[in-house]
Ligand binder design. Structure first.
Ligand SMILES: [Zn+2]
Length: 83
């Protein structure tokens, strides 16, 4: 599990994280909840279905469709990664 480096971002964050996995290189890593919520908000603005995972970038291989391992979204969908 790659821990999120909170010192890398100059704005105050709550410290809450969501665990992610990269489907490509299988590395697991943390993303701050504020970042995840922002991706969700963008998906909503883009009228994407609530089942769309808030994708983020892999810190190891830069693959940009990493998904949450187990995360209940603000939009009311339970995202669960099935290997
Ligand atoms: Zn990766």
């Amino acid at each position: 599990m790659i821990k999120f480096d909170f010192n890398s971002i100059p704005i105050p964050l709550s410290g809450k994280v969501v665990e992610y996995i990269c489907p490509k290189c299988k590395v697991e890593f943390e993303a701050p909840i504020e970042m995840v919520l922002e991706f969700e908000q963008e998906d909503e603005w883009n009228n994407l279905p609530i089942s769309t995972p808030p994708y983020t970038i892999c810190p190891k291989c830069n693959y940009n469709n990493c998904v949450p391992l187990d995360y209940k979204s603000n939009r009311g969908f339970h995202h669960k990664y099935k290997g």
